[in-house]
Design a protein around this ligand. Structure first.
Ligand code: GTP
Ligand code: MG
Length: 363
């Protein structure tokens, strides 16, 4: 770069002469007017300084934008071997937190529920009966921020415990191990430690970083500490979601009810879903007619981290599928029709491929 006049450099840097003159003053560079010429290395130094300032400014703005997005509740999935006490743990949390509101009717089928704690709301998802989760994990969607692996301390790590741990690891969720049934005489936390160590998972008690918390879903022992750990991890993760964005989330479960029609449990991950909204999930769409939470309480809207059951799909969307807001029925129809056509095209292409292969074989 050769010598350059101040007004030329200002133009190149897309700034006013006044702005550039001020920077030159700050740098202690002498000049007569904006028409003065700058030495090559002075001009280079100015450019570098401005470049740095702009990068810092962009970072500051990005951080500001991020901070402007409100925190959202953590989504916690409960996984583990059969009968190790996953549902009991959730029942305990439910009874103690969602007091008098007895689950009944459709409520039992909500795949997830929100627990209000002093430290904020936590969304829990029970895995058994939720084929949804297999699908979700297979697609690598990170619905859960945190996975609680329930291990009965009377039995230790079992095949499905291992499978659950593998799924949790694959999904990228933070993992907490809960050694359950500690109230029973046969419970032995050391067995749980040892079993985990054999898998290369080192508990905090052994100097590792795996949180293994002794609990009892029956007596409630250790459950406050479990909640505390969940909230601490959530805080460190700095989970945020924009309630003003277009609603988006995941279908957790769907089933046909003789009276109500299609009952769909979903988790809102972003934005706010409202009664009257149109949504598309895979090849199906719906107009949200009604929403209720895990207590069976009617809701008119559901923000990020809400687990609700909705009415309004005419056909059952597939569990694990993502759903998203669309402006109207026209959009809903066009998008789902497109998707169906695309799938059919793929299928007939695959079919044609098979026929060709067969023809090749016969030749
Ligand atoms: P699946 O959904 O079939 O995988 O089982 P689960 O993990 O949900 O186990 P569930 O909560 O149904 O508990 C299985 C049995 O263990 C039930 O009889 C519970 O009452 C019992 N149980 C669960 N947690 C505890 C506990 O902390 N202490 C005692 N004593 N019993 C427990
Ligand atoms: Mg269960």
């Amino acid at each position: 770069m050769a010598k350059i006049r101040i007004y030329q450099l200002a133009k190149e840097l897309e700034m006013s002469n006044e702005e550039l003159l001020k920077i030159l003053d700050d740098m202690g560079v002498a000049y007569k007017s904006h028409a003065s010429t700058l030495e090559e290395d002075t001009a280079q130094a100015v450019k570098e300084l401005i470049g740095e300032q702009r990068v810092a400014e962009a970072a500051r703005r990005a951080e500001e934008a991020r901070k402007a997005i409100p925190p959202r509740p953590p989504v916690v999935v409960i996984m583990g071997h059969v009968d190790h006490g996953k549902t009991s743990l959730l029942d305990y949390l439910r009874k103690s937190r969602i007091a008098e509101k007895e689950a009944g009717g459709i409520t039992q089928h909500v795949g997830a529920f929100e627990v209000k704690t002093e430290g904020g709301t936590v969304v829990f998802i029970d895995t058994p009966g939720h084929e949804a989760f297999t699908t979700i994990r297979q697609r690598g969607a990170k619905v859960a921020d945190i996975a609680v692996i329930v291990i009965a301390a009377t039995e230790g790590v079992m095949p499905q415990t291992k499978e659950a741990i593998a799924h949790a690891k694959a999904s990228g969720a933070k993992i907490i191990y809960a050694a359950n049934k500690m109230d029973l005489p046969g419970a032995d936390i050391n067995r749980v430690y040892q079993d985990l160590m054999q898998m290369g998972i080192v508990p905090v008690a052994y100097g590792g970083d795996a949180e293994v918390l002794p609990i009892s879903a029956k007596t409630g022992q250790g459950i406050p500490e479990l909640l505390e750990t969940i909230l601490l991890i959530a805080e460190l993760e700095d989970l945020r979601a924009d309630p003003k964005a277009e609603a988006q989330g995941v279908i957790l479960e769907s089933r046909m009810d003789k009276q109500a029609g299609a009952l769909v449990s979903l988790l809102v991950q972003q934005g706010t879903l409202r009664v009257g909204d149109y949504v598309v999930a895979g090849e199906h769409w719906g107009k949200i007619r009604a929403m209720s939470d895990a207590d069976g309480k009617r809701r008119s809207e559901a923000g990020p981290g809400s687990a609700v059951q909705v009415l309004g799909f005419s056909e059952l969307p597939v569990a694990g599928e993502t759903f998203f807001w669309v402006p109207d029925q026209v959009a809903a129809k066009e998008i789902t029709e497109e998707r169906i056509e695309e799938r059919r095209a793929r299928e007939s292409q695959a079919e044609a491929g098979r026929t060709r292969n067969l023809a090749d074989l016969m030749r």
